[in-house]
Structure formats: C-alpha cells, structure tokens
Design a protein around this ligand. Structure first.
Ligand code: F6R
Length: 608
C-alpha cells in the first residue's frame, strides 16, 4: 500500500536522473523494486527491476533514459512478490501506455478475468496491471488520455494514486487519486507530482495538494485539476511549504513514531481490503486444525494474545498464544501433523519466530503467516500467509503494524465464526459494521484525546514505575501499553491481567503510584471496578482508559481518556491501545528519549 510515485515534465533536460533522485527520497515508502518510464520522440522507454534503488541503478543505470517527461515508482509489494515483472511501471498489451500506482485495487481479479476474456495478455501478478489494460480499452474507443483515465478509474474499487503516460499523447501525464496521497510540485521550468512532498522538496517548495477523488493533468502549461465525480474544474492555488527535507520525510511530525500513530486510520482502512481468498484459505486451515498455536515476539505476541480471546469468543476455537523464543522448549515435541502454527511477525524475519516455524515444519505441522513484508522469509516458508498492508514502519516501536495485526486477526476470527456457524448472523453483521467503523473511531480518539494525553505525560513524567492493568482481551492491550512505555521512555512498568494484582504485585503500591486501567464497558467491567477500588484504597493514582460517558469509572479515576461508545469487546483493543501508544510517545519526549530509535533495540531482531 505504501509505494512511492513520482513524475515530472521539464522544459529542458533529462527527466530520468530527476526521477531517480526523487525516488531515492521516497525510498522510506517502499524499497523492494523500482522502475521508471520516460517518453522520447513518441516512444516509451522503460527500466525496472527488483531490489533496492541503488542495487537496480548499479545494474541498469536509472539515469540513462531519454526524454524530458517521465514517471517512476519505488515499490512495497502488496500483490505479487517483488520480482522484475511485478515492478512498476506496467504497460498495456502494445507497450503504448505505462502506469505507476500506489494503493490496492480490490476488484482486480474480476477486472483481470474480463480483460483476459477480451484477449488482453497479463505479464505480472499485480493488481496494478489491470489499469493499463483498461486504459488501453478506453483509448480504443477513441477517447483522449485524460478521458480514458477518467473512465478507467470509475471501474476501480479500492485505493489508488496513479500516474499514466501514453506514447500517443507524449506531452502529458495524467494522475488520479482516491485515498492514497498525491501532491503536485510547481517550479518555473518544471511541474512534478509525487506521493509525498519530500520527493520534490529540493526542486521546489511550491506544492498543490491533490484531494481525494480528483484527476490531474500535467503538461507544459502546468497542472489542471478536475473532480472525478462530475468532471468539474477545481481551482486551487499552490502553497509554499516551509519544511526542511528531514521534516518533510516525517510529513511535518517531529518523529516517525508519531507519524505512524497518526497513520493508523489509513492503515486500518487498508487492512479491510485484504483479498478474500487469502483470508478464506487461512480460515480453512484453522478450522481443520487439531490445535492452533499463535506464535510471535514482543508486540506481535500481544496481538496473538488478543487474538486468542477473539478466536475463543467468536469462533469457539481454543488457541495457544506462545512467545516464540519459548515455543520449541514448551511445545516443540508436542506438535504434530494436525497442529497449525500461525506465526505473526511484522518483519517476517524475527529469528525466534522463524525458529518456531522451522520446528513446526520439521514435525509436519501446518505453518501459516501474518506479516507486513511480502518476500520476507516467513512468506517463503509458510503454507499460506496474509500480508497486513501497513506499509513500512520506520519507528522501532511497533504501532500501526500492531493495530493492523489486530484487525486482520479479528477478520480471521469472524470468518471462522461464520464458517462454523457459531455466532448469529445478526451479531456477525454488527461486528462487521463496527470493524468498518474502526478507522473513523481511531481517528476520533487521536483527534480528541491527543492533547489531553500530552498533558498527562507532563504530569506523570517523573514517576519511577507504572502498572498497566486490564481484564479479558484488554489484558493484551495493557501489556502492549506497558511495552511501549518501557521501551521508548525507559520507564519501568509492569502489566498483567488485573485479577493477578492481589496475588503479589499490589505490594508495590504506595501513595501516588500510577496505575493505568484499560477498561472498556464489557463483561469484565464490573470486576475491574473492584480492582480499581483496591488500588485506590492504597493511594494509587488511577489513569483510566474508559468508554465515553462511563461516569462510574471516571469518578474513581484521577485522570481518564475517553473512547467512543459501543465498541464490541473483541475489537476493543484496537482503539483502546491508541491512548497508550500516545502516552508512551509523549512520555519519551518529556523524558528526552528518542522515540524512533530506543537504545539497544533494532527494528528487526534476526538473532536468537
Ligand atoms: C516493540 C517491537 C518488538 C517487535 C518484536 C517482533 O515495539 O516492535 O517487540 O514486535 O521484535 O517483531 P516482528 O513482528 O517483526 O516479528
């Protein structure tokens, strides 16, 4: 879903080196393959391959393409592994049209089938290639390029920022946007478009933000924006961007972590667009399993823990969430051909998780994967896998990838519930409806609570130690809140299911000890009120993450953060973890720690 796109029309000079340099600046959006196309004397010239930009450049010399007009792409695989054929740009049957795309076309299978029936020959496994063939069809009807793109996007479902060039109209680039970002850069001797401002910032700081549902035509005169809905002309003046290149890469946020926390609504929208057949395949394996192990490390393990509640409550499936580094010792000899191991790993490269996978494979168990990185080791060794489509996560602390994992796992649990007929249709429909609303709910939590959380971090910045408590599925999000805080703000913290506190940990409590309670209004709420009282009686400072309008808990708490009402229990960890991520982030800032690169940690832990 991430990917970076860029293109330019120059008055003079060669486009290729400019595109190459701009793609380098977009590399943080994806880096598994790269490609460029330029137009010269009515012909398209293309170079593309798998690998990082520098690797591809070393082999193909990306600067060596003729022409002053061109588009390029740096890829983050969503459909089709990162091979040369799947790298963008994608062309039509005759090599006359080239397309770069960032996003996901949900209905590409249906469109591809129709196009193949009409004789179109596909070279790649990507969703994007359908766009070039549809445009080819539209051009055959005698339309001009902009009109052809206009009618092509009407047929697409999903998200996209696309750019199209045609050998027949060699002085134009046509772009369109739905959800995926797109900006235009304007200079005296050139016009650019890109996924993000950093791509062209060293060339111009004058930008026009393209809004959702708009089509842009770039040519020697500049840019023209139209609404996709009715074709009407949009008049929008360029604005001057006063970001440094470093700030621009973070979209103006001071840290990647904060940017990624804010990206969660978008990422969650993308995880609702996963290809059904992959989810169905995983569900079939889970349904047939004799026993299911959910195996992961760190934050991904917390997603597994939450998933064990989802599978039990929705699909009546008992699963074992296991910390990967313990798997071989704990269950290695007990697994067999009837076992399923679902490995959850953002990077798909975590050594402990891969060791558990290897052990399962040797004992003929079925290995399933949930990962963010297509082409990672996990995708190669798993019998079936789902890619969570979160885009690259640069901050070391996992944030957006955690909530996306939860979304995918809840979708699997729901599917399995349907398949097993264990939950009523009405309940399933309600849950599906809520799942659709989650991106908006998360957006609202960030919008309405962030400032308050910032103030809380100021208030609690000097505390020595924290407790995070929750019951039921919320114990998983309490564990995650604790991990975030300790790893980036270096604040010692403990977390466990709230019922455990009276079995030992409560002896730590003294007046002013901060205890964060994660308490949605679910079946556990009544009992957790008792746990809050226990802590309060010993002088603890209570910070509660509560449902909006839960006056009882608000009355007990010293501070509270509110989450919109009506969240079904199994989905509640998604919005309820957001304030905890923000709290950890602002605590790190208050304590002068670098949230993006905490000491002693790495993004991908490839040693055991
Ligand atoms: C915490 C964090 C780590 C990872 C863990 C597993 O913020 O990022 O705990 O979750 O190292 O990594 P993956 O999911 O790549 O296997």
């Amino acid at each position: 879903m991430m990917c970076g796109i860029f293109g330019c029309i120059l008055k003079n000079g060669d486009a290729a080196p400019i595109i190459h340099a701009a793609l380098k600046r977009l590399e943080y959006r994806g880096y598994d393959s790269v490609g460029e196309v330029t137009i010269h004397e009515g012909k398209l010239f293309i170079k593309k391959d798998q690998g990082k930009i520098d690797e591809v450049h070393a082999i193909h010399n990306l600067d060596d393409l003729p022409g002053r007009i061109g588009i390029g792409h740096t890829r983050w695989a969503t459909h089709g592994a990162p091979y040369e054929v799947n790298a963008h740009p994608h062309t039509d049957c005759n090599g006359q049209i080239a397309v770069v795309h960032n996003g996901i076309i949900e209905n590409f299978s249906e469109l591809k089938k129709e196009l193949e029936e009409r004789g179109h020959v596909f070279r790649s496994k990507t969703d994007t290639e359908v766009i070039s063939h549809i445009i080819e069809e539209e051009l055959k009807e005698g339309r001009a390029l902009a009109e052809a793109v206009y009618s092509a996007v009407e047929q697409l479902e999903g998200s996209y920022a696309i750019a199209v060039v045609s050998a027949k109209e060699p002085n134009k680039i046509v772009c369109a946007r739905k959800e995926s970002p797109l900006v235009v850069g304007v200079a005296e001797n050139a016009v650019y478009f890109a996924s993000d401002i950093p791509a062209f910032l060293p060339l111009t700081n004058t930008a026009v933000i393209v809004e959702d549902g708009e089509l842009v035509v770039l040519d020697d005169k500049g840019y023209e924006i139209r609404k996709l809905a009715d074709g009407s002309l949009v008049s929008r003046k360029p604005e001057v961007i006063d970001w440094s290149p470093e700030m621009a890469e973070k979209k103006g946020y001071p840290h990647f972590m904060l940017k990624e926390i804010h990206e969660q609504p978008l990422c969650l929208r993308n995880t609702l667009r996963l290809q059904e057949q992959y989810l169905d395949l995983m569900t079939t394996f889970l349904d047939r399993a004799g026993e299911v192990f959910l195996v992961a490390c760190g934050t991904s393990y917390h997603a597994c823990l939450a998933a064990s509640y989802m599978f039990s409550k929705l699909s009546m499936l008992a699963t074992h969430p296991i910390i990967a580094s313990e798997f071989v010792e704990q269950h290695g000899r007990a697994i067999n051909i009837d076992s399923v191991l679902l490995a959850v790993s953002q990077s798909g490269e975590t050594a402990d998780t891969l060791e558990a996978v290897e052990c399962a494979r040797q004992r003929a168990a079925t290995v399933l994967g949930l990962t963010n990185i297509i082409g990672s080791t996990l995708t190669r060794v798993a019998r079936a896998y789902v890619c969570q489509q979160s885009g690259p996560e640069i901050g070391v602390a996992a944030t957006k990838t955690f909530t996306s994992q939860l979304s995918v796992l809840s979708q699997l649990a729901l599917r399995l519930a349907k398949k097993r007929g264990k939950v009523s249709h009405v309940e399933i429909e309600q849950l599906e409806e809520k799942l659709e609303q989650i991106p908006d709910i998360v957006e609202k939590v960030i919008e309405t609570q962030e400032e308050k959380i910032k103030q809380l971090a100021k208030k609690y910045r000097d505390k020595q130690c924290f407790f995070f408590l929750g019951r039921g599925v919320s114990s998983a999000s309490a564990l995650e809140g604790r991990l975030k805080l300790l790893e980036i703000a270096y604040a010692p913290a403990l977390a466990f299911p709230a019922g455990e506190s009276k079995h030992g940990p409560i002896s730590l409590i003294e007046p002013g000890f901060p205890v964060i309670f994660v308490c949605p209004k679910d079946d556990t709420r009544k009992t957790i009120v008792g746990n809050i009282m226990e802590m309060k009686a010993r002088g603890a400072s209570i910070i509660a993450v509560v449902e909006e309008g839960d006056e009882e808990v608000k009355g007990l708490a010293d501070d509270y953060i509110e989450i919109p009402r009506g969240m079904p229990e199994v989905l509640s960890p998604i919005p309820y973890v957001i304030p905890q991520q923000l709290f950890a982030y602002y605590m790190a800032v208050e304590r002068n720690c670098d949230p993006d690169q905490p000491r002693n940690l790495a993004k991908s832990v490839t040693v055991k």
